[in-house]
Ligand binder design. Structure first.
Ligand code: UDP
Ligand code: MG
Length: 331
């Protein structure tokens, strides 16, 4: 078929001759403005690399003309395909939908706003040819973000790395996955609450990293609300570490030791007949312990909520329409 697919037919050679070498998956929510330019520059890179490709744009419930733009692009180049989700399911679900429809020997996931430079693709493919099954594009430093965003992202990645054992430093969703890993993520992981960045590393196999500079957004604005980011952070934590639950246990043990010391001291004073009135102490202790208990319940509640979401077993996404796929394909 072409130079790439001829080399690696993948560790799990069960696919009946995938018709494309590289599937590029772009989740897009209200990206109509910049999508044309993004697709165009990816096409250019793919043409100059002389590799067969398909570009799958997953419209994550956009309220603008994103899907129409995909259809327009499909008329220009049949390699550009679209999946429209029935509503906004979030980037994680959009990525999963795209990977599920990907037909390639490898898939590359990247943002639809050109913040992930398509020029990196040939280098990622080279890493794959050299044997890597997962190639992570790692952010050098997001100078374009504000100080607060950068340091909170760094702190979050550091804490998650420490507790989950995965290296999340500079992690991004710009990745290349071999067919074996695509199949693993799409077919073998039943979980609903997904954190793609973590799962790709968790999968194992031979992994490699390439540093890159995050570019300025080409058009439109950032699509994450603070709530959506917070929710993603919770999914990341609850699906990769139970450290917060352990912290509760440790906190409980520390409080117990502290409680025993204070109780002994109080009893001693009582026996000696000079028990302190200690109203302020009691109020502070009550409030502190009350807060610890409520925070602990909240943390346990978050894990229970995630378990509940898994038990309900609702689909991660619903496909409303597709464009550019053969029949029986693309959902
Ligand atoms: N995106 C999506 N669904 C969402 C949020 C984002 O499909 O709920 C897409 C978005 O269209 C873009 C990519 O995910 O292609 C990255 O989003 P964005 O550029 O807003 O975030 P950032 O660059 O800050 O990570
Ligand atoms: Mg972006």
């Amino acid at each position: 078929m072409n130079s790439v697919s001829a080399e690696h037919s993948g560790a799990k050679d069960t696919t009946v001759g995938p018709s494309f070498a590289v599937s590029i998956v772009l989740p897009a929510h209200n990206e109509a403005l910049g999508l044309g330019a993004a697709v165009e520059s990816i096409r250019k890179v793919m043409h100059s690399s002389d590799v067969a490709y398909e570009i799958i744009v997953v419209d994550d419930g956009s309220s603008d003309e994103t899907f129409k733009e995909i259809e327009r692009q499909n008329v220009i180049d049949g390699n550009i395909k679209g999946i429209r989700l029935s509503r906004k399911f979030g980037k994680e679900s959009a990525l999963l939908a795209g990977l599920g429809a990907a037909d390639g020997t490898v898939a590359i996931t990247m943002d639809a706003d050109l913040q992930h430079p398509p020029d990196l693709i040939p280098q990622m493919l080279q890493e794959w040819r050299d044997g890597a099954r997962v190639v992570h594009a790692v952010k050098r430093d997001r100078q374009i973000d504000g100080w607060l965003t950068r340091s909170s992202a760094a702190l979050f990645n550091k804490l998650l790395s420490l507790t989950s054992g995965l290296n999340m430093r500079g992690a991004s969703d710009f990745k290349l996955l071999d067919r074996a890993v695509i199949d693993l993520l799409v077919h073998d992981l039943p979980e609903r609450g997904r954190f793609y960045r973590g799962l790709a590393g968790w999968a194992g196999f031979e992994q490699s990293s390439i540093p890159f500079d995050v570019l300025e957004r080409d058009a439109g604005s950032r699509k994450w609300s603070s709530f959506a980011l917070f929710d993603l952070a919770l999914t990341a934590i609850t699906s990769f570490t139970s450290a917060p639950l352990r912290v509760i246990t440790i906190l409980g043990a520390v409080t117990l030791v502290f409680g025993i010391i204070v109780s002994v001291e109080a009893l001693w004073s009582w026996f000696r007949g000079d028990a302190v009135s200690g109203f302020v102490t009691i109020i502070i202790t009550l409030l502190l312990i009350g807060s610890f208990i409520m925070i602990s319940l909240g943390i346990i509640g978050e894990y229970i909520a995630k378990i509940y979401a898994e038990v309900k077993d609702r689909p991660s996404y619903i496909v409303e329409a597709t464009c550019g796929f053969d029949e029986n394909n693309g959902s």
